[in-house]
Structures are given as structure tokens and as C-alpha cells.
Design a protein around this ligand. Structure first.
Ligand SMILES: [Zn+2]
Length: 416
């Protein structure tokens, strides 16, 4: 009953358009569910030059045909080209010649990675801190920024056409192995990396012991029971929250870090909670004890500021609210303000939130009140600074001189 097949074979090209280099395959996929595929022809056209890549008759009963095309230097040069894939099936339709179908893809061959010119000369980093690098590119990238091991800090295009990337020397960096590199990738997936001068300083972290009392467990753990169903032992639940929920919350921060303005919105140094004492510091190595026994170890990645109970919390600087959440895991009620280029401030354990997502806030504007929500024993503000979602040392951002020397001066230079 071959004559009843009136459907042409389905021919698809993946991708079917865009930038291609010699390592990007174009996949030709042909299906004919009814009478089978009789013949295939694939032709590459660039200007007046036509190259037949494939021309063959297929064995009877071929219903699926897939071919991966990797172009080679002798077939094609930089610029525009077309691939056309033609298939005919074995039906008697069309006066015995079969049903035919052609798929065409329009592409641009680009095998040259963008060039990077680093504009800033000094990049001083302290473990747990930040630096800014300015660079220019000779073409619009698909992606550019600084790679630090597994971490990627995106760069953002500035009004003058250059790119600025705020990157960190994460608290977990090994000072000897730390090796930031600029990376750029274009639409054809050509990648170039570039080194730049930097200087690193190690940092010593404080050690701290936290006693987890049964009272703490019985007041704090019930709110997390729903997240870990079936865990009835309070210490075990504490450990699951302190380890697993903490890791999950950090991964969320990485995503939130991409919800950022391409230019900085802050002005001057960052504000600190007024009349507050620092109860715990950035990078504190915390050992958790229960009934005289070590049960856990974590790094504290913000600064705990204690003032009066339910103290009003000012926005540390101008920005846009990207998180205003009533149950943000270990952070409890939390607000995150974006200040541009992946720089964000985190306010957690709040008792009250006075802002909503999308609000623009001014430096000093009250965003909520301190409290004990989430994993907090007493009323305090856990203040964090994030660089593309990685917690960094707030002290740099509380220091107007540091900001001027390391950040804003680099953006003001007339040569840039
Ligand atoms: Zn804290």
C-alpha cells in the first residue's frame, strides 16, 4: 500500500542557523515513518562554490537517517554559508519519484576568538575579598568574565563600551593555587583566555565554638521539620539543616547573583547597622558542640551585628531589591539588595520586612527590623556581601578608601 504514503520525509538541521566553527557539528536528521527513505543529498553552498557533502541511495527499509557534519578548512572559509539537506522517500507518490523534502540552514563560519585587552593594571586581592578588572573586546561576546577554578564571575558591558568584571578570591581559595583568568566566548563558541597581573594576600580566620543547647534545638528545629520529613532526632535535623540546607541556600545565592544591573548603583561606602557590635566575623571557623561533643564545623560567611531587639535595618547602599523572602532557609526572613555587577548585600534573620522585590532603595532607607528568624539564637542582623553569589568580606565595602582605590577609581579613568 505504498501509494498511500503522501507525507514527505521529515528533514531537520540542528542547529539550523547561527555562528559555527570547525568544532560545532551540524546534525542532519531524516525520518520517514511510512515508506522509508530512498535517497539523501547534502550540499554546502558558499558564494558560487557548491560542495556535495553526501549523495547516496539508502538500503530498503531505512526509516531513520542521521549524519553529523563537521566542516573542514578545505571546504569553507570565514563568512556566510548554507547547508541544504534533501531526502526522498520510497513511495509511489509524485509519479514514482517519491515525496521529496529539503531543509536549509543559514550559518556564519567564525573560527576566530575575540581579542581581550586588559585595561586595568593592578588587582590586589585578599582572601575572601574582591577586585575589579576592566577589559575591552574587539567583538560582542556571548559570554565574558573571570574564571576562578570552577567559579565564573560574569563581566558586564559599561556605557563606554568596555567591560567590567567584579570577581572574588573566594574564602575557600588556596592562596598558592588561586589563578583568576579572563575568558571570552563568542556566538560560534570560540574561546580565548587571558591572564592579567594580580597580587594576593592570605588571611587568618578566627576560630569559634558554638554550643547548641537542647533549648535552641527545641525552639529552632520545628520550623525546618517540613523540609526534612521523617527526621525526628533534633541533633540529626540540626545537622541536615546546617549542612544540606546551607549548601542549597548557597546555590540559590549563585543564581540570584545573576539578577544584577550591568552598572554599579552604589555610591560611597556601605552603611553598617548603627550602634551595633560585631558578634561574629567573616570567615569565622565555627565548631558546633552539643553536650560537650563536636557535632559539626562550618565557615561563617557574614558579620553578625547585634543592636537592640527589633532594631531598624538600613539599606547599606543604593540598589534594587532582588529577594524579600519570608522563609529563605537558614537565613529566615531575608532581603537581598543588588548594587550592580553581581555585587549584592544580604540581610537575614529579620523580624519584619518593609520592602518588596523590584523596589529601588536608597542608602540608609529602612528595609526591615532585626530578629531571630532562621538559624539565629538571639536577635541580630546577619549582614552579608555577595560577589556573583559568593559571600565576600563586608569590611572592604565598609571602607571608603578601599572602594575608591580598588573599584570606583578604575571606572573613572579617562583612558577607560
Ligand atoms: Zn551570622
Amino acid at each position: 500500500m505504498l501509494y498511500k504514503d503522501t507525507n514527505a520525509p521529515q528533514v531537520t538541521l540542528t542547529p539550523n542557523k547561527g555562528f559555527i566553527n570547525f568544532t560545532t557539528p551540524i546534525t542532519v536528521s531524516i525520518k520517514d515513518a511510512q515508506s522509508g527513505i530512498k535517497a539523501v543529498k547534502i550540499v554546502l553552498t558558499q558564494g558560487k562554490k557548491k560542495t556535495t557533502l553526501t549523495e547516496k541511495i539508502l538500503p530498503k527499509g531505512t526509516f531513520d537517517y542521521n549524519q553529523e557534519i563537521l566542516l573542514t578548512k578545505d571546504q569553507i572559509k570565514q563568512g556566510h554559508f548554507e547547508v541544504a539537506a534533501w531526502a526522498v522517500d520510497s513511495s509511489l507518490a509524485g509519479f514514482g519519484s517519491g515525496n521529496a523534502f529539503i531543509a536549509r540552514g543559514n550559518y556564519t563560519l567564525d573560527t576566530i576568538a575575540p581579542r581581550i585587552t586588559v585595561q586595568t593594571t593592578s588587582h590586589n586581592l585578599t582572601q575572601g575579598g574582591c577586585a575589579l578588572v576592566i577589559y575591552s573586546l574587539n567583538e560582542t561576546p556571548a559570554k565574558s568574565g573571570v574564571e576562578v577554578g570552577e567559579d565564573f564571575f560574569p563581566g558586564y558591558k559599561q556605557p563606554n563600551g568596555e567591560y567590567a568584571c567584579l570577581f572574588a578570591m573566594p574564602f575557600y581559595s588556596n592562596v598558592k593555587k588561586y589563578n583568576p583568568r579572563l575568558m571570552v566566548e563568542d556566538a560560534a563558541k570560540n574561546i580565548r583566555t587571558s591572564t592579567f597581573w594580580y597580587h594576593t594576600n592570605a588571611r587568618k580566620y578566627r576560630h569559634d565554638t558554638i554550643n547548641i543547647s537542647d533549648r535552641f534545638l527545641s525552639t529552632k528545629m520545628p520550623q525546618f521539620e517540613a523540609s526534612f520529613p521523617g527526621v525526628s532526632n533534633q541533633v540529626e535535623l540540626f545537622l541536615r539543616v546546617n549542612r544540606e540546607l546551607r549548601i542549597k541556600n548557597r546555590a540559590e545565592l549563585r543564581k540570584i547573583g545573576l539578577d544584577t544591573s550591568p552598572t554599579f548603583t552604589f555610591e560611597g561606602k556601605f552603611l553598617r547597622l548603627p550602634n551595633s557590635a560585631a558578634k561574629a566575623g567573616f570567615g569565622d571557623q565555627r565548631t558546633y558542640m552539643h553536650n560537650g561533643k563536636k557535632i559539626d564545623h562550618q565557615t561563617h560567611l557574614g558579620i553578625d551585628l547585634a543592636s537592640t531587639r527589633h532594631a531598624p535595618v538600613p539599606a547599606a547602599n543604593n540598589g534594587r531589591i532582588v529577594v524579600a523572602a519570608h522563609n529563605f532557609g537558614i537565613y529566615g526572613n531575608a532581603v537581598i539588595i543588588d548594587h550592580g555587577l553581581g555585587l549584592q548585600t544580604l540581610y537575614s534573620h529579620l523580624s519584619q520586612i518593609d520592602v518588596a522585590i523590584g523596589d529601588t532603595v536608597k542608602r540608609g532607607q529602612i528595609i526591615g527590623k532585626t530578629g531571630v528568624t532562621g538559624m539565629a539564637g538571639g536577635d541580630h542582623l546577619h549582614f552579608g556581601v555577595l560577589c556573583s553569589g559568593i559571600p565576600v568580606n563586608p569590611y572592604e565595602w565598609w571602607d571608603g578608601t578601599w572602594i575608591k582605590n580598588n573599584i570606583t577609581r578604575k571606572l573613572e579613568q579617562p583612558s577607560n
